[in-house]
Design a protein around this ligand. Sequence first.
Ligand SMILES: C[S@@+](CC[C@H](N)C(=O)[O-])C[C@H]1O[C@@H](n2cnc3c(N)ncnc32)[C@H](O)[C@@H]1O
Length: 235
Amino acid sequence: MTTAQLKREPLFGEITRKLRRHLAHHGLGNTARRLVRAITSRWREHRLGIVTSGNIAGTEMGFDAVSFGYQPVPYASFDAAMRHVDVRPGVDVFVDFGCGMGRAVILAATYSFRRVIGVERSESLSRIARGNIVRAKSKLRCRDVLVETCDARNYQVPMDATHFFLFNPFDEPVVLNVLDHIRQSVEAHPRKVSIIYALPKCRHDPLPSISWLELKSELETIDSDWQRLAIYETR
Ligand SMILES: C[S@@+](CC[C@H](N)C(=O)[O-])C[C@H]1O[C@@H](n2cnc3c(N)ncnc32)[C@H](O)[C@@H]1O
């Protein structure tokens, strides 16, 4: 056996172990879908020249209980969401509340948004997101892409922001606080806005009871078994 083969063996062992565990827990169909997703995700990251995969608990980042940790939006879920929103080239502005390492920000910037903004509480994740944006730059249509490090509760919603993305970033009290800032911004500068919101099905979604919003679409994604991904618009 060659040295190269010896080096490859543990990796192969690890993959088969993970595969067996997945099959036992999720069944064949789900495991196959997750495998395809993992491969597609690697490929998309490679093409964009970015690294956004990972899973970090909020407690590891020193956050309070209402601010969740990091997990990037699955590429397929973001693609599905974007098929349900209109983007007016050079007009619309996208804001990702809790942008983490910048996956959604970068994907949004491949569309013709006028500006794309990420808001992230963690200094280190913001730094990673900015590095990813620089590396993906040649693949982006939108040239004005920015990450602001701040708590979403203190973020002043820009008066031209039209598309808001929340991929399970924080708990209901913070979501309501952020929605209130959006409402105030829309009242001061009337415009149509979309809110793309994803959360685990086990959590209560407060958006259906917000009187100034209406549900536009509820999406089927690869994670629909545990995740709710919905798009709301101003009435
Ligand atoms: C589930 S991740 C979503 C990452 C990114 N939006 C995406 O879809 O790839 C949630 C992110 O929200 C950030 N976050 C949590 N609470 C926050 C808060 N109060 N203000 C700003 N960011 C927050 C976390 O640090 C984490 O990076």
